[in-house]
Design a protein around this ligand. Structure first.
Ligand code: PMP
Length: 421
């Protein structure tokens, strides 16, 4: 057993670049909602791979399927060749996810990451409409490649590109302004054809902004955005990379709003087991790429596809969805109580389903980071979000049991208590 987690971490840290120091330990084992460092200390995971582990670490069924596949010499990597397991995934995705929701999409494999699916969505929107610009929102997060970064509303991340990024029309997200002005702003902009505006190809949005600070758009706002897309022939791209795969309580985050995006981006938990995978859902009439016009070496990771197929089993009945609804009430109630019991934080709470935040108020932003740091010391992994890192962000696995959930929430509250006293 490797000893002294902290010492090894420091050595490791000096060898890698651009790495996070939020969780300064070495980890080597994880199961469900728990993860252990090399000193054997147990942590509850309220971060879940930034939403890539909606079903927790090392789900037994998925593990069994992957191991079985490897032992049978199943094809590990196959680019865009047809494989039996990929066909099975497509069939199950259609049966379990698309058909019951009356959604008619073609499934594209854009590359293994969230950035890849966003990039493919932006390209399709431009090619289909013959337009260049994309409307995106303040505090949005869509990825780190040039296209996806150009629609990301975070100056720190944008600075990583060195020079300004093009072709984006930034707009205030609903929660950015106090009343309905954000929609009016957007409407005025789009109707201002007199100034020679080039109409945008698409609007890209997260229904709940994850990295941007758990800003949840109202269903009315989403519906109005959809109407604007129809009126101006723009495509509606919903980036469900973080909010999708059940995170907000339904498989797709946009379901309860009743909107039907033209393009849906999924990654993170679509692979189920934490293996890299992404899919882009497009309307059949937008399937205009020639084979290979958009490609990528790691589009055919069959191990991820095997796990992803098994993960869909969670959606064959309402069991998981119901339990998310129930447990999310527990989280919401607890967060509301925390906000009330600790007025020093001047905080508000927001979010949907298993995507919730405690946003520390003006002048109190630094508390969020301190709380997460303290929580980590006490055995809870939880991260901050928001433009100033002012939001304590809950992103626990959807499969967490009541005991784990309550224990994690207790640790969080103890951490707040200690930070404030
Ligand atoms: N879109 C959203 C909404 C995300 O949260 C993320 C990752 N945090 C991405 C895109 C990019 O995904 P990836 O890191 O896999 O490229």
């Amino acid at each position: 057993k490797e000893k002294n987690s902290m010492e090894t971490f420091e050595k490791h840290e000096s060898q890698v670049r651009s790495y996070s120091r939020s969780f300064p330990k070495m980890f080597n084992k994880a199961k469900g909602h728990k993860i252990w460092d090399t000193d054997g200390k147990e942590y509850i995971d309220f971060f879940a791979g930034a939403g890539a582990l909606n079903y927790g670490h090392n789900d037994d069924k998925m593990k069994e399927k992957i191991v079985e596949y490897i032992m049978e010499d199943g094809i590990s990597h196959s680019l865009d060749m047809g494989t039996v397991v990929r066909a099975k995934f497509l069939e199950k995705f259609s049966e379990v996810i698309l058909k019951p929701r009356k959604l008619d999409y073609k499934v594209m494999f854009p590359g293994p990451t969230g950035t890849n699916t966003v990039e493919s969505a932006l390209k399709i929107a431009r090619k289909v409409t013959g337009r260049t610009n994309i409307i995106s929102f303040t505090n949005a997060f869509h990825g780190m490649t040039l296209g996806s970064l150009s629609v990301t509303g975070n100056s720190f991340n944008r600075d990583g590109a060195g020079v300004p990024l093009n072709n984006t029309v930034p707009m205030p997200y609903e929660t950015f302004m106090d009343d309905d002005n954000s929609l009016d702003f957007l409407k005025s902009y789009l109707s201002d054809t007199g100034s020679g505006l080039d109409l945008p190809a698409a609007i890209i949005l997260e229904t709940v902004q994850g990295e941007g600070g758990i800003n949840a758009a109202s269903f009315e706002w989403l519906q109005e955005i959809e109407k604007l897309c129809r009126r101006y022939d723009m495509l509606l791209i919903v980036d469900d990379v973080q909010a999708g795969c059940g995170r907000t309580g339904t498989f797709f985050s946009f379901e309860p709003a009743g909107v039907k995006p033209d393009i849906v981006c999924l990654s993170k938990s679509i692979g189920g087991y934490g293996l890299p995978m992404a899919i882009t859902l497009i309307k059949p009439e937008h399937d205009i790429w020639e084979p290979g016009e958009h490609n990528g070496t790691f589009r055919g990771n069959n191990m991820a596809i095997v796990a992803a197929t098994e993960a869909l089993t969670y959606w064959e009945n309402d069991k998981l969805a119901n339990s998310i609804q129930e447990k999310s009430k527990v989280i919401k109630t607890r967060f509301e109580k925390i906000v009330k019991d600790y007025p020093e934080l001047n905080a508000t709470t927001r979010g949907r389903g298993f995507m919730r935040g405690i946003a520390c108020g003006e002048g109190k932003e630094d508390y969020a980071g301190k709380i997460c740091e303290k929580a980590f010391e006490k055995g809870l992994i939880i991260e901050t979000a928001g433009p100033s890192g002012e939001v304590v962000k809950f992103l626990g696995p959807l499969t967490i049991d009541n005991e784990g959930l309550n224990k994690g929430l207790d640790i969080l509250e103890e951490a707040i208590e200690e930070v404030l006293n």
